[in-house]
Design a protein around this ligand. Structure first.
Ligand code: 5GP
Ligand code: ZN
Length: 112
């Protein structure tokens, strides 16, 4: 999608610190990390949000890859958090489905 910043990272038009890539999925470090480990896992297909037509298989792959990479990034022992912000009430700011993976410090709950 032309104006989507994550589609531009997928296309290599703007830089992203990539962690993992396959035919369907890309993972890269968040540009404004909220924890020592903070990366995003996204589908290569432009899907605006988790409520906009992602199929069950793809959603499973995104979450499975997020936890696998979180272990790789050193969060296996202490854990972390996997977050999907969705639309206005969820505080989604980039309208391309993404799973946040956060870890490396204790994380507050509940969110504000
Ligand atoms: P949201 O608020 O939509 O759940 O999260 C969007 C995330 O994308 C934010 O954590 C933000 O820091 C990250 N982000 C926005 N623009 C860029 C970018 O150009 N590159 C990278 N790596 N992350 C970005
Ligand atoms: Zn996109």
């Amino acid at each position: 999608m032309a104006d989507c910043i994550f589609c531009k990272i997928i296309a290599g038009e703007i830089p992203g610190r990539k962690i993992y890539e396959d035919g369907e999925i890309l993972a890269f470090h968040d540009v404004n990390p909220q924890a020592p480990v903070h990366f995003l896992v996204i589908p290569k297909k432009h899907i605006p949000s988790v409520m906009d037509g992602a199929d069950p298989g793809l959603l499973g792959k995104l979450l499975f890859k997020a936890q696998e990479l979180a272990v790789q990034e050193g969060c296996g022992e202490k854990g972390g958090r996997f977050v999907i912000n969705c639309k206005e009430d969820g505080g989604q700011t980039v309208d391309h489905l993404h799973v946040h993976a956060l870890g490396g410090r204790p994380l507050d709950w509940p969110p504000g």
